[in-house]
Design a protein around this ligand. Structure first.
Ligand SMILES: [Cu+2]
Length: 213
């Protein structure tokens, strides 16, 4: 991203360099969902990264212009940080920017997050929590109900997309408790200054589909 056109980015970047902030975030979250499986962690080649990007673009069923519904009891959701043709400091899924993601209660979710951003400090992670916005520059030590926690993934390894490698992490969880959650980038300042977050809705089994909001 271009720091000159985003003065807030400089603030966020400076905050990123406070390494203790990462530590605070990464140890602060409490995973309270059951069934969280060990995470996979890898660096993808351009071919594999592009395949995951394409999966993210077509997964889910659009409901209106801002919501993606993932039907079934086992779903794979891919979120791309700073996908091509999407704004700086955003997530992409279903071809949408920071969409609302919707699953039914009891769904086994495989969540994949990949960082396609490039540049110093352009790390991005993802936490799903019931904490509502607005968010502080740094999250507190006790986030409420956390479904998933992916620490900051480094930016891609090269300015040239075709030769770069892309940090990706996969976590699995069961969306047991209905409610409205938020997926948030935990890197200091990204959620506050850039609104790098979206809603994650778990709707009760008594409803046939995601309630419109
Ligand atoms: Cu971020």
């Amino acid at each position: 991203m271009n720091l000159r056109s985003h003065p807030q980015a400089l603030l966020a970047l400076l905050a990123c360099f406070a390494t203790e902030a990462y530590a605070a975030i990464n140890t602060a979250t409490r995973v309270t969902a059951s069934g969280l499986a060990p995470a996979a962690d890898s660096r993808l080649s351009w071919m594999r990264g592009r395949a995951l990007l394409r999966h993210s673009e077509v997964a889910g069923v659009p409901q209106g212009r801002r919501t993606l519904v993932f039907r079934g009891k086992q779903v794979v959701i891919a979120l791309i940080a700073r996908a091509p043709r999407h704004p700086d400091m955003s997530f992409e899924a279903g071809g949408l920017t920071n969409p609302t993601l919707c699953v039914s209660q009891g769904t086994h979710v495989t969540l994949k997050v990949m960082n396609m951003d490039y540049g110093p400090g352009m790390a991005h992670g993802l936490v799903i929590t019931s904490a509502k916005p607005p968010y502080p520059v740094r999250f507190g030590r006790q986030l409420p109900h956390v479904l998933a926690d992916i620490p900051a993934l480094p930016p891609r390894s090269s300015a040239r997309p075709q030769t770069a490698r892309y940090a990706e992490k996969t976590v699995r969880f069961i969306a047991e408790r209905p409610g409205t959650y938020y997926y948030i980038c935990p890197v200091p300042g990204h959620a506050l200054a850039f609104r790098m977050y979206g809603r994650f809705v778990v709707y009760p089994t008594s409803l046939k589909t995601c309630p419109r909001s």
